[in-house]
Design a protein around this ligand. Structure first.
Ligand SMILES: N[C@@H](CCC(=O)N[C@@H](CS)C(=O)NCC(=O)O)C(=O)O
Length: 222
């Protein structure tokens, strides 16, 4: 299939957790792509808040995908992931592993939990720990506690598969959504000491080829 697919353009940043999720899915599906790096900031030509990038994503964030095969432009990592799955995962290798109504809902609820809750809480914990111009201990404590609360929920789910995957039976796009966020635990000042299943799952994810390749590509090392 991939032979006649023109490379997708994945708009990315070398360190942010959101673009690499999409790279993992593209790697898993063997879809050709070019990772185009942008800087944070408003440089008109190079920045995610600059005029050139805002023509692609008016929200000024990465990831975004331009697909020359279909003419589609998509941004928001959830929408990017679902676009990739709909158009390029015909054999359903990274989507819900069953087709019952419950299987579909389980996939979506974990995907939305990451996109709406764990990701934003961890993002704010990072922000108040590293980037906020003034110290704000209340905000840091609040977002740290909320991220741990999300870890509690994730740990409970991973117990069901003994840390093998977030949904039963195989790795799916849901694991790709979570991996880059959870991998940043120590940058966010968090510990996995109380989360043996998360630690195990992160270790297993790190051994996977599509995960390793995605980081190499996103960091511009290949
Ligand atoms: N909800 C968005 C969040 C995207 C996002 O925040 N991306 C970060 C990089 S991981 C970014 O572009 N930050 C640049 C900025 O905030 O100016 C998604 O899931 O795609």
């Amino acid at each position: 299939m991939a032979a006649h697919i023109k490379p997708l353009i994945l708009h990315a940043h070398a360190t942010g957790p959101n673009p690499v999720k999409i790279a993992m899915a593209l790697e898993a599906l063997h879809i050709p792509y070019t990772a185009k790096q942008w800087e944070f900031g408003d440089d008109p030509k190079k920045g995610v808040k600059g005029a050139e990038y805002l023509k692609i994503n008016e929200n000024g964030r990465v990831p975004a995908i331009e697909d020359p095969n279909t003419g589609v432009v998509v941004w928001e990592s959830g929408a990017c992931m679902n676009y990739v799955r709909r158009v390029y995962d015909m054999g359903n290798t990274i989507g819900p592993s069953g087709d019952s109504a419950q299987d579909l809902v389980d996939f979506e609820k974990w995907e939305y939990f990451l996109l709406s809750t764990l990701g934003p809480m961890a993002g704010q914990a990072n922000w108040f720990r590293h980037f906020h111009p003034q110290k704000n201990e209340d905000a840091l404590q609040r977002y740290t506690a909320q991220t741990y609360r999300c870890y509690d929920v994730l740990e409970g789910q991973l117990k069901k598969t003994r840390g093998e995957s977030i949904l039963p039976s195989r790795i799916t796009a849901v694991d790709y959504h979570f991996e880059p966020w959870v991998r940043l635990y120590s940058f966010a000042g968090l510990s996995l000491d109380n989360y043996p299943m998360i630690r195990k799952w992160l270790g297993l994810m790190a051994t996977r080829e599509e995960v390793q390749e995605a980081y190499i590509r996103i960091q511009g090392k290949k």
